[in-house]
Design a protein. Structure first.
Length: 666
């Protein structure tokens, strides 16, 4: 594939560049190490981008590369001297790959020299003195440096102006073959040298010493025909293809007659299409690849952060469960510790272990729950239900439970930190996507404003029933006690499940009769926010009046933190289904809400339904946010982005993994 213009190409484009004589220079840029772009405006032809690639080509382009944010020194010098100037002339120097552009500004005359041979250069001169070069260079016979005089490189014969006598003289002084003599001595390059041989019918590899006068005349006539077309501007530009692009030429060439060709109205357009279009497409593809790599890197980071958050949250749930189990086995554990402490006064650790081993073999309680005694660490390993729990022998059962809860809460904080980090990463992802204008273009639509008041019950789990009653529930043992002690009034109703790890749920009556629909919704809320969500699809729920709920145990009983004693008759809601919805409320306030599907359907503009499943809560929260953003009205999009962040949605999801259902199912 052709990589640079030939001297013939430069001669052919000279007249097309000359159409922009009288154009005004607007601004200059350096796009890459070798590329200079000059923006022009002509009163007849309008705006144009003149591209000079040092050592390769010069033409107008419709595919300019983006300019760097911080321009190098050279384009700044060009702007200083040429901005606002007028182009007064364009010419090829002595049939070489050199184009000179004359610019006049404020009475100062300058010449911008584009060298398209070798490594190339772009040089601004005034009165023959170099004002600034794109590259500082030193050669054997000349030096390109600011302040020096500009010297042209040694030149060859101009074949466009050559007479027959001069042509014959060149051949007489050559010791090579025909095609090499034409290519090098006349500076026309290999392509046009072969074309002249083909048109003249002279064998290209024939030694010049045996070429006769008639053959020289035919060669000269073929050269003259090409020269005449170039001088007159009677050209027929083409791009030549043969399993890919091969060449771009200003004339129809016989050497390409068996190849596919595409015709163009101007040589400039053909050059731009041949060189620039593919180059820009490659650049865009490279840019997209970098974009994808960065996006994949951020998404990988976010996935890792969410995985860490999930791991910590699992440790939190396990820690809370172990703390609850310590209280559930309070009496047995206390008896075991007392036994060990009493035995230490008279027995060695080896004897104590033997006695526990014997008691376990006989399946005697409470020794049968002891798995291991590690005296070096002062630890007792016990199996409570299906969980292995470590007890510090030196501390009380209450202190052990407290330590377990504290460790679990630390895991929850770490999980929250990892999720916040994932949110920050998501913000970087969103920011990156916004920069990809074509793929993430959005319409300008007036957006709703956020309307939200901070309510006293926001820190709890809560929902408004279909009938408008507030229902609140504790997120942990401390909140369970707060709700019962501070917020449960005489006419309210208390709901709870039969299993451990369930919240205290209270319907606030506000002095009104509580409808059955609200009671049923409260039962679903109590069931769905209990540990049943992690294991079952339904559970039994009961309700009682506030006076039936107490912290005072019967003699010999123990009530742990967040637990209560219920006395009297209970109203049961058997096999209460586990189902939950998350919604976006907009009209009354703008906020995320969660609760039984029937209540959320009443109070939200957008909702999605959940049931127990195997999708991590945070992952589900992200999918829910994505669903809301995809299905919402255009004017609600920004509002949902602001209020429905995954961490906020997560606050309104039951305590366990989920399955997302159809948003319209009941």
């Amino acid at each position: 594939m052709k990589e640079r213009m030939t001297s013939v190409d430069v001669a052919a484009i000279q007249s097309e560049l000359g159409r922009f004589v009288d154009a005004r220079v607007e601004k200059s840029y350096q796009l890459t190490e070798n590329e200079v772009l000059i923006k022009l405006y002509h009163h007849m032809h309008g705006k144009a981008n003149l591209l000079i690639v040092a050592g390769e080509r010069i033409h107008f382009t419709e595919y300019p590369r983006p300019a760097p944010e911080r321009p190098p020194n050279f384009p700044m010098v060009l702007r200083k001297h040429t901005k606002g100037g007028v182009i007064t002339g364009v010419r090829q120097y002595d049939f070489d790959r050199i184009v000179e552009i004359d610019i006049e500004r404020g009475g100062e005359e300058m010449t911008l020299v584009a060298e398209l041979f070798g490594e190339g250069n772009v040089i601004l001169t005034s009165g023959g003195e170099i004002i600034a070069p794109l590259k500082r260079k030193s050669f054997r016979d000349r030096r390109i440096k600011r302040g020096d005089r500009y010297e042209y490189p040694p030149s060859n014969e101009n074949p466009l102006e050559l007479e027959l006598g001069g042509f014959k003289e060149i051949f007489s002084g050559s010791d090579s073959d025909v095609v090499r003599t034409l290519a090098t001595k006349l500076n026309i390059g290999g392509t046009y040298a072969e074309e002249i041989c083909l048109r003249s019918g002279v064998e290209k590899n024939k030694d010049v010493s045996v070429v006769g006068d008639s053959e020289l005349e035919r060669l000269y006539n073929a050269l003259s025909s090409i020269a005449s077309s170039i001088r007159s501007g009677d050209i027929d530009p083409q791009i030549v293809e043969d399993d890919g692009k091969v060449d771009v030429v200003p004339l129809k060439l016989e050497i390409y007659q068996d190849m596919k060709t595409s015709d163009f109205d101007s040589f400039n357009t053909a050059l731009d299409e041949f060189f620039s279009k593919d180059e820009i497409q490659e650049l865009e593809e490279e840019k997209k690849n970098k974009y994808r790599e960065k996006l994949e890197g951020l998404e990988g980071r976010k996935k890792g952060q969410l995985g860490t958050a999930k791991k910590y949250m699992n440790q939190y749930h396990e820690g809370i469960e172990k703390g609850d189990l310590i209280y559930a086995y309070f009496t047995q554990l206390k008896e075991i510790l007392n036994t060990i402490r009493d035995a230490r006064e008279n027995y060695s650790w080896s004897d104590i272990k033997d006695k526990f081993r014997q008691a376990k073999e006989k399946e005697l309680e409470p020794a049968n729950i002891v798995k291991e005694i590690n005296e070096n660490k002062g630890e007792l390993v016990v199996k409570l239900d299906d969980k292995q729990v470590t007890i510090d022998i030196r501390k009380s059962i209450e202190k052990n439970a407290q330590k377990t809860y504290q460790k679990a809460k630390k895991m929850k904080r770490k999980s929250k930190g990892a999720r916040k980090a994932a949110e920050k990463t998501q913000e970087l992802i969103d920011e990156l996507k916004k920069k990809d204008i074509e793929e993430f273009k959005t319409r300008e639509i007036p957006q709703r404003k956020v309307r939200k008041k901070n309510m006293w019950y926001d820190k709890y789990r809560w929902f408004k029933s279909s009938d408008g009653f507030l229902v609140i529930a504790g997120r942990n043992a401390t909140q369970n006690e707060e709700i019962v002690k501070k917020h449960m009034d005489d006419n309210d109703l208390f709901f709870h499940t039969q299993m451990e790890g369930a919240p205290a749920v209270v319907i606030k009556s506000m002095g009104k009769k509580i409808p059955e629909t609200t009671k049923e919704e409260a039962a679903v809320f109590a069931a769905s926010n209990s540990n049943a969500w992690k294991k079952y699809y339904s559970t039994d729920v009961y309700s009682v009046s506030p006076h039936q709920v107490t912290k005072t145990p019967e003699s010999g009983e123990y009530v742990g933190k967040g637990g209560f004693v219920i006395r009297g008759e209970r109203e049961y809601y058997r096999n209460t289904p586990l189902k939950h919805s998350v919604g976006i409320q907009i009209q009354e306030q703008t906020r995320v809400i969660g609760g039984p599907p029937s209540s959320i359907k009443t109070h939200s503009e957008y909702k999605i339904n959940l049931k127990p499943g195997d999708t991590d809560r945070m992952e589900a929260a992200e999918k829910i946010q994505k669903h809301f953003l995809q299905t919402c009205k255009p004017e609600d999009r920004d509002l949902i982005k602001k209020i429905a962040k995954p961490t906020e949605i997560d606050r309104h999801i039951p305590p366990g993994d989920v399955e997302i259902q159809n948003a319209d199912s009941s």
